[in-house]
Ligand binder design. Structure first.
Ligand SMILES: Nc1ncnc2c1ncn2[C@@H]1O[C@H](COP(=O)(O)OP(=O)(O)OP(=O)(O)O)[C@@H](O)[C@H]1O
Ligand SMILES: [Mg+2]
Length: 253
């Protein structure tokens, strides 16, 4: 395999971020392999969402560097970030739909913002993406009329509408019952399989983590304290003996 193929698609080098006196990312290093699904776990408030926001440039590191395919992106201005953001889809933790817009307009938003598609083409993309997430024909519904699981799927449709190379999912299954959570897990797997997307999934849901991950990374106080394939965490979880197993969150369903 050539060196280029082994190069990480995303890399954080010594990224530090604090808010006031609170150190959130503590010289964090993380390389994300192309085409794989990396799951990030860790207790509430440990910096998982802050980490994702550094990858898409919604937050800037105090020090350290963020790379997208060997291009440094943390020091780009908003305009410079546009071509990189177009290649990444972000499912926000709280879905963050625009309540004043219809479902169709929500999904069309990144298509209109990031590409020069015609109105007809945009409508086609919206219809096709809604079908993919199991919400065919929902274009004219309002976010306020939808269930939590449906809102998550609309947010997911918005994140994947432009077939991004990298999809970042922040708590995609939180608050969903096991059946609806599994619909989302299947969609994450499908994105990887059919679009060869690279996925980064932040979750508290260990059932979801074990189902979708090629690799699990555990954050604690802004540092990575465990990193390995799902089996490594499953075994540690089963042993319940040492400090690490104490730190692995139990599945919440
Ligand atoms: N924009 C901000 N300004 C100030 N503090 C922030 C900001 N964003 C995050 N924080 C703080 O940084 C810490 C890490 O936040 P983050 O949202 O990354 O946690 P998390 O690991 O995603 O937690 P959860 O599992 O509850 O979603 C928290 O203490 C949070 O209050
Ligand atoms: Mg979070």
């Amino acid at each position: 395999m050539s060196e280029a193929r082994n190069a990480p698609i995303i890399e954080l080098r010594n990224v530090a971020k604090r808010f006031g006196a609170l150190v959130v990312l503590d010289n964090l290093n993380l390389s994300i392999e192309e085409g794989k699904t990396t799951v990030v776990i860790g207790e509430s408030g440990t910096g998982k969402s802050v980490l994702l926001k550094h990858i898409v440039g919604l937050l800037r590191p105090d020090s350290g560097e963020v790379f997208f395919q060997n291009t440094r992106i943390d020091n780009l201005d908003e305009e410079g970030l546009v071509p990189f953001r177009r290649r990444m889809g972000f499912l926000f933790q709280l879905s963050a739909l625009f309540d004043s817009m219809s479902v169709g307009e929500n999904v069309a938003f990144p298509v209109l913002q990031h590409s020069a598609k015609s109105a007809v083409k945009t409508d086609e993309i919206v219809a096709e993406t809604l079908r993919k997430v199991g919400l065919e024909g929902f274009q004219n519904r309002r976010p306020g009329e939808l269930s939590g699981g449906q809102k998550k799927r609309v947010a997911l449709a918005r994140a994947i509408a432009l077939n991004p190379e990298v999809v970042l999912y922040d708590e995609p299954t939180t608050g969903l019952d096991p059946v609806r959570a599994d619909v989302i897990n299947e969609l994450i797997l499908k994105m990887g399989r059919e679009l060869k997307a690279t996925s980064i999934v932040v979750t508290h849901d260990m059932i979801s983590a074990y189902k979708v991950a090629h690799r699990i990374v555990m954050l604690d106080k802004g540092r990575i304290i465990a990193d390995g394939p799902p089996d490594y965490f499953r075994k540690t979880d089963d042993q319940k003996s040492d400090d690490l197993s104490m730190a692995v969150p139990r599945p919440r369903i």
